[in-house]
Design a binder for this molecule. Sequence first.
Ligand SMILES: NC(=O)c1ccc[n+]([C@@H]2O[C@H](COP(=O)([O-])OP(=O)(O)OC[C@H]3O[C@@H](n4cnc5c(N)ncnc54)[C@H](OP(=O)(O)O)[C@@H]3O)[C@@H](O)[C@H]2O)c1
Length: 249
Amino acid sequence: MKKTVIITGGTVGIGKATALKFAKNGYNIVTTSRSDDKAKKFIEEFKQVGYEATVYNVDVTKEEQVEKLVADTVEKFGSVDVIVNNSGIAGEPKFFAQTSKYNMRNMVETNVMGLYYGMRYGILQMLEQETKGKIVNLASIAGLNGIEFAGEYGATKHAVVGMTKGAAIEYATSGIRINAVAPGAILTDILNDVIESGQLTAEDLGAIHPMKRPGTVEDIANAIYFLASDECPFMTGVVLPVDGGYTAR
Ligand SMILES: NC(=O)c1ccc[n+]([C@@H]2O[C@H](COP(=O)([O-])OP(=O)(O)OC[C@H]3O[C@@H](n4cnc5c(N)ncnc54)[C@H](OP(=O)(O)O)[C@@H]3O)[C@@H](O)[C@H]2O)c1
């Protein structure tokens, strides 16, 4: 039977490249967007390259919507073999004390609680399936190291690392593998907003890596696909840096 992947927030950026990677490998694609326009555009672009995708309107900060996303996917395709918890937002590129508690709360709701719901309902479904499943979470180099002007964002991504490792150990003998990728700087909307704010340039962002360039969305999609594949059955609880050497320092 054809396998099914859910990728939250997959109509743009890293999620979109990940959707394409799984589609090329024969998966049913389920993704989300809170924007009907983005959903329509994505489905159209996907069709042009020969693939179909289902896009649900989901806000990951709303637990019942994530629960429904999993239930609707099972109803339509019969299983959830992989869930990629990709939805996320960045912080304000400011000195820590200049940031707002509103933005901090929003980030916790999206990057921590949203991902927690995705893991929780994903695991509950996978436990019921004979074939179990794989979860891949989007952490960040800011979840492994301290990064200036990313203290709050880093806090949420450290939480992703904690959830990934703890749950991976708990379900290690249940047939569910749980891993994360930790991207370096990838030029998607999340960083374009930072660039547009005038705080940093694309060159600045590239220069933080030993490879002296930003990564591509495909670099991350390939790593996500690998962790979700049957090529690494002994890997769980891994937070895989894909960062041009950044965390090697
Ligand atoms: N780009 C980087 O340099 C970088 C580095 C390290 C880690 N990451 C992580 O990689 C992931 C993807 O980032 P990206 O660079 O591809 O960013 P992006 O292009 O800005 O995409 C972010 C996605 O998150 C979704 N999202 C945001 N808030 C949401 C909410 N409340 N409910 C549901 N979906 C929500 C958006 O979906 P809608 O269509 O609903 O708006 C959008 O599709 C994030 O977790 C990010 O933290 C990125």
